[in-house]
Design a protein around this ligand. Structure first.
Ligand SMILES: NC(=O)c1ccc[n+]([C@@H]2O[C@H](COP(=O)([O-])OP(=O)(O)OC[C@H]3O[C@@H](n4cnc5c(N)ncnc54)[C@H](O)[C@@H]3O)[C@@H](O)[C@H]2O)c1
Length: 293
């Protein structure tokens, strides 16, 4: 079985930049691709400052830090990804856009390359159906932020081969992650359980049961969670939470997965969470002040 030496990451947002950082700091050559050149500049600056922080805390040596930054290359040209052994997609959570990308990747990637998706909830089997290599398509679901969170969920599509699974798991092992394996059903393991909880927190706020601060404090201290569900939703991105609820509803067909109207309204009004400076909480004033409901 071939060893993975070079990685391409598509999407230089929250997740893609963290995955690229993991790969370069573990001695792999990385192409980071985004259609938005500003996203690439932001990702390079954020990877560089994280790597410097790791060096200053002696978590990696100066040499590994310098080597990591040399291994990172950015591009907006898909053809540059031809030499990658694995391509990890981390673009926005839209099935149509991801399918189009997988079909393009199938055309430009070398025949042995694995095509992985960091999707939070979209069917790997359906993404694989956009390619001529379904046995080499797999879900590699990192948690946010990828350099810190220990877990990677691995999802096999209906036709994913044993070799693709083993190579992907070895890459996650090399990154020092713990892996869990899920069948390819909407939400996989973590979001199947987490997102209905976040949605219920929105219902609790929407129906006036409690304030957002009390909902978050109740869940933090009452269930020993490091973050309350509403705070966590802002951290993940309310647009991502909404699209996962829609995938759960469509994929599993149960009305219990219908997104809360308040979550829908926040997304419609552009309150997407921390990345926009406003979500359930308003981050542009003080960290915990919030808009009126
Ligand atoms: N945010 C989370 O907590 C989290 C956790 C796990 C998985 N995910 C999944 O990871 C993926 C990315 O999420 P994110 O939070 O990093 O999103 P993000 O919005 O921070 O970044 C997405 C990036 O993709 C780029 N992009 C969009 N379409 C593109 C295309 N066709 N080609 C190249 N680049 C393109 C955008 O310019 C943007 O920079 C989603 O599938 C999401 O469900 C997110």
């Amino acid at each position: 079985m071939a060893e993975i030496k070079s990685v391409a990451v598509i999407g230089a947002g929250q997740m893609g930049s963290g995955i690229a950082q993991l790969a370069v700091t573990h001695g792999l050559d990385v192409w980071l691709l985004d259609t938005d050149s500003h996203a690439l500049s932001r990702a390079t600056a954020s990877i560089s400052s994280s790597v410097q922080r790791l060096v200053s805390k002696s978590q990696i040596s100066k040499e590994v830090g310098a080597d990591a930054m040399r291994r990172l290359r950015c591009t907006s040209n898909l053809e540059d990804l031809h030499s990658a052994d694995i391509i990890i997609e981390a673009i926005l959570e839209s099935e149509d856009i991801k399918k189009k990308l997988f079909s393009d990747l199938d055309r430009i990637a070398k025949s042995s390359a694995i095509l992985a998706s960091n999707t939070s909830s979209i069917s790997i089997t359906r993404l694989a159906s956009a390619t001529q290599r379904p046995s080499q398509v797999i879900g590699m679901h990192f948690m946010n932020p990828p350099p810190l969170m220990k877990l990677v969920e691995i999802i096999r599509g209906a036709d994913t081969s044993e070799e693709t699974y083993t190579m992907t798991k070895s890459l996650a092992d090399r990154f020092g992650k713990i892996t869990v394996y899920s069948q390819d059903y909407a939400g996989f393991i973590v979001n199947r359980i987490l997102m209905p909880m976040i949605n219920e927190a929105f219902h609790t706020l929407y129906t006036g049961v409690a304030t957002k601060e009390d909902i978050d404090m109740g869940m933090k201290l009452g269930t020993n969670h490091p973050m309350g569900p509403l705070e966590l939703a802002d951290f993940i991105g309310l647009d991502i939470c909404l699209s996962i609820m829609n995938v759960l509803h469509k994929g599993l067909g149960d009305p219990k997965y219908v997104p809360c109207p308040l979550l829908v309204q926040y997304v419609d009004s552009g309150r997407l969470g921390r990345k926009r400076g406003i979500g359930v909480y308003n981050y542009s004033r003080s960290p915990k002040s919030s808009p009126r409901l």
